[in-house]
Design a protein around this ligand. Structure first.
Ligand code: GLN
Length: 452
């Protein structure tokens, strides 16, 4: 099959499926077909597994010449003048970008309901959310529109929607993938990662985007292994920790059952699974919402009605430009985070909140380090429940925030975390979370491959 035929079939299929699901905000049809023709003209390189493959990109990753909104009214008409490093790498590998996926505004949320533009539905039950914030990306893969989508994960935004949609989602180690061109939410936590149908596809997609980038001072110079190597199904002798805090009363019993079955399967495969403890993980949500919101309040200062995006009409003076543009351009959740973050960073409260949250972060890192002295990998659920109903949690921020209780500690510690489909609860997909040592995505892929 030629790249052009594949791209054409992808758009045809998408037009059939996506109106019911709403995974895409904007399509790249003309440029994609042109690009596919170029790839066909120079000939598909059989050694390049990504050549001609249709991919989708979350709409907070900038794409030159293609509208990039971060699902915010603030950036409704923003057309970037450069490509994110990951997008450059996709182009260099002859992947074909099909379009941009819906998400929670500026990646703040866990259901994609915070998008300023549209509702995205879970293909397993269209009355339910797809999770978030990379909900559109997860749905694009789960509904068979594209084999690979790229999301971002600050507190769970790749893993939780992957769990809710039954796809494989990897949040790489902090620094593994360049953040250049990712519209910043919380710079010390954000990572871009792939969402796919299979573990092997995921490993191939991470191969494409990983590696040092001089444009991102926090990207790592560490050598990038071939993540598809070592996928042989043999995990005999692997030592796995199951944190007791990840299996307590807060977890839906049906989710727990799926995870218990996964434990059995790992034991059958010759791994040992033992109970461990991450005692400070219960403070993760509180620390995260202070740290992430503080960083967000700083990162979002640039949206001032002057340099980027939306500007309110009929403004009276400069102050009015700032206030009205930000009041009208940002949605409620984004404003909530800006207020929370600004408060936590203010002189009188810095020590009590931001500084304290940093100390909690260190305690969480130490918990992980301690477990990794004796274990190769940690596993548990991704989220306490399967996908919930659209409208059910959006009016209650605290319930929504608690969704991230099992994913947030991984971001705070900068570790790799992956969601692999593990089973179903009431007909809805449930993901198994695999957490690795820093820069040891390979072990997660090896284990996920043996398990899936
Ligand atoms: N749901 C979390 C939040 O709202 C995580 C978001 C993310 O990972 N981008 O912050």
């Amino acid at each position: 099959i030629s790249a052009v035929a594949l791209a054409k079939a992808t758009f045809e299929n998408l037009r059939e499926i996506d109106p019911k699901l709403g995974a895409f905000l904007n399509l790249n049809e003309e440029a994609a077909l042109k690009r596919a023709a170029e790839i066909d003209a120079k000939g598909i390189n059989p050694d390049n597994i990504m050549a001609g493959i249709p991919v989708a990109v979350k709409d907070n990753i900038v794409t030159k010449g293609l509208t990039t909104t971060a699902a915010s009214k603030m950036l409704e008409h923003f057309v970037p003048v450069y490509d994110a490093t990951v997008v450059e790498k996709m182009a260099a590998n002859d992947a074909v970008i099909i379009g941009k996926n819906n998400m929670d505004e500026f990646a703040m949320g866990g259901s994609t309901e915070n998008s300023a533009f549209k509702v995205t539905r879970n293909p397993w039950d269209v009355s339910r959310v797809p999770g978030g914030s990379s909900g559109g990306s997860a749905v694009a893969v789960a509904s068979g529109q594209v084999p690979v989508a790229f999301g971002s994960d600050t507190g769970g935004s790749i893993r939780q929607p992957s769990s809710f949609n039954g796809v494989v989602g990897m949040k790489p180690t902090y620094g593994r993938v360049s953040r250049w061109g990712l519209i910043a939410f919380a710079s010390s936590l954000d990572q871009i990662g792939p969402m796919t149908r299979t573990v092997k596809d995921n490993a191939a997609a991470l191969n494409m985007i990983a590696g040092y980038d001089q444009h991102d001072g926090t990207s790592s110079k560490r050598e990038v292994p071939d993540f598809t190597a070592g996928l042989d199904g043999n995990i005999k002798g692997m030592k796995i920790g199951l944190p007791k805090e990840y299996m307590d009363e807060g977890i839906d019993p049906k989710v727990r059952e799926v995870i218990n079955n996964a434990v059995k399967k790992f034991e059958e495969l010759g791994a040992t699974v033992e109970e461990v403890s991450l005692p400070n993980s219960r403070y993760g949500v509180s620390a995260y919402y202070i740290i992430a919101s503080s960083e967000a309040s700083s990162n979002l200062q640039r949206f001032d009605g002057i340099r980027y995006g939306f500007r309110a009409d009929d403004v009276k003076n400069l102050e009015d430009v700032y206030v009205r543009s930000r009041s009208e351009g940002f949605g409620d959740e984004v404003k909530r985070r800006i207020m929370l973050g600004t408060f936590s960073l203010s002189a009188g409260y810095y020590d009590a909140y931001f500084h304290k949250a940093g100390q909690v972060r260190t305690m969480i890192i130490n918990d992980f380090n301690k477990v990794f002295e004796d274990y190769d990998m940690i596993m548990g659920p991704v989220a306490p429940t399967p996908a919930f109903k659209i409208g059910d949690e959006i009016s209650d921020p605290i319930t929504m925030y608690m969704n991230d209780v099992l994913t947030i500690p991984v971001n705070l510690a900068g570790l790799p975390g992956m969601s692999v489909p593990a089973g179903f609860a009431d007909g809805l997909p449930v993901g198994l979370q695999l957490i690795g040592k820093a820069f040891d995505e390979s072990t997660l892929y090896k284990a996920g491959y043996a398990f899936e």
